[in-house]
Ligand binder design. Structure first.
Ligand code: NAP
Length: 211
């Protein structure tokens, strides 16, 4: 599959890129072409598989599916510019609307998820959410086994199946359907819980596994 990682110059997008590049044709998108190309060269070395760099729009145009690895709430301008090139395509949101209150991690949105906001801004795309609870640092450590569950939300089983194929193409990641996109607000909220627990219990980069 041709996958665009929008914002793939950041930790999360880079980590997903190097894990996916073995099986898929991955292009890193950035607001800045030279930054994308530099990240793509590094990803090619880390993954041992060719990764290309492009502008966010160029990456979105050339892909079959996109991962939106951009900060907490993507600016409206970014999404409106991607609506046309991502028309009819699968879009996966790993976005966590994270904020800190008195040093405690929590979510910045109430009664809504980042994934629903993405879906509203990209009405002609098939939107799923996934990967919110996978820490970026472990993704780019290629020798590390990721024995995690990845909760996936989507408004149809068909869109879930498409996103699940991307998740399960990373060895040992198990995609689990968690419900429609509105459930993403609960999945997104797990991440600050993991951050707080890791801080208080001195765990390094925890993720989740349902047993
Ligand atoms: N880091 C983690 O462990 C982790 C884990 C789970 C989920 N997530 C989620 O994954 C997403 C990406 O995380 P991250 O840590 O990689 O974020 P990040 O490093 O802060 O940002 C990722 C990339 O987004 C682009 N970007 C920054 N500001 C932008 C803006 N105003 N408009 C458009 N693009 C912008 C930048 O790329 P260019 O400057 O090259 O355009 C940047 O390299 C976040 O939503 C986060 O909540 C992260």
């Amino acid at each position: 599959m041709k996958i665009a990682v929008i914002g793939g110059t950041g930790d999360m997008g880079f980590g997903l890129t190097v894990r996916l590049a073995k099986t898929h044709s991955v292009v890193i998108g950035s607001r800045d072409l030279s930054r994308a190309e530099t990240a793509a060269e590094k990803a090619t070395r880390v993954a041992g598989a060719r990764v290309r760099g492009a502008t966010n729009e160029g990456a979105a145009r050339s892909c079959e599916a996109a991962i939106l690895a951009v900060p907490d709430m993507p600016p409206a301008g970014l999404l409106s510019g991607l609506a046309s090139p991502l028309r009819g395509k699968l879009v996966v949101s790993p976005i966590v609307p994270l904020k800190f209150e008195d040093g405690i991690a929590t979510v910045s949105l109430s009664g809504e998820s980042a994934a629903e906001r993405v879906a509203n801004a990209l009405p002609s795309s098939r939107v799923a959410s996934a990967f919110q609870n996978v820490p970026a640092p472990v993704l780019s450590q290629m020798r590390r086994q990721l024995d995690y569950d990845v909760l996936v939300t989507a408004d149809s089983r068909e869109v879930f199946e498409e996103a699940a194929k991307i998740v399960s193409s990373v060895s040992k990641l198990r995609p689990l359907y968690a419900g429609p996109l509105r459930v993403s607000r609960l999945v997104e909220a797990i991440t600050p819980v993991l951050l707080n627990a890791s801080r208080f219990s001195k765990l390094k980069s925890p993720s989740i596994r349902l047993v």
